[in-house]
Design a protein around this ligand. Sequence first.
Ligand SMILES: [Zn+2]
Length: 151
Amino acid sequence: MYSRKVPLVLGLEFSGIVTEIGTGVTNVKVGDRVAVEPILYCGHCEFCLRGDYNLCKYTNAGFIGLSDDGGFAEYVVTDVFRVHKLPDNLTLEEGALVEPTAVAIHAVRKSGLRVGQTSAIFGAGPIDWLTNTPCCKKSRCYRNICCRCFP
Ligand SMILES: [Zn+2]
């Protein structure tokens, strides 16, 4: 379904201001600040139909900016169900962190981390750092280790 190959416009995690909307769009209006959910999915398989679209069996975990054109562009056209209006107290820069922050929070929830436990995060990229924050909060900063191995 999403079999685009390079050259692509990169840009996986991004936000922006709506400049134009299509017919029938009601969840956003021109001028709204939005975050874009980059995951690509079919919307028709059993996983998508039950709301687990991150497990879609037809998109192979593709993302806007990796498997289709992304956000490193002046203008981006995307599906309306991918945009989420940002609250007034979030900047556009913070809006670009919505998706990786959701990944981090989901990882911490799935880990079962409890107060007083030690966490170790292997990697030092943006999601790794974002994962460290909820780990600290959940375990009350008992011992959280974030490490990166260099080749
Ligand atoms: Zn699907």
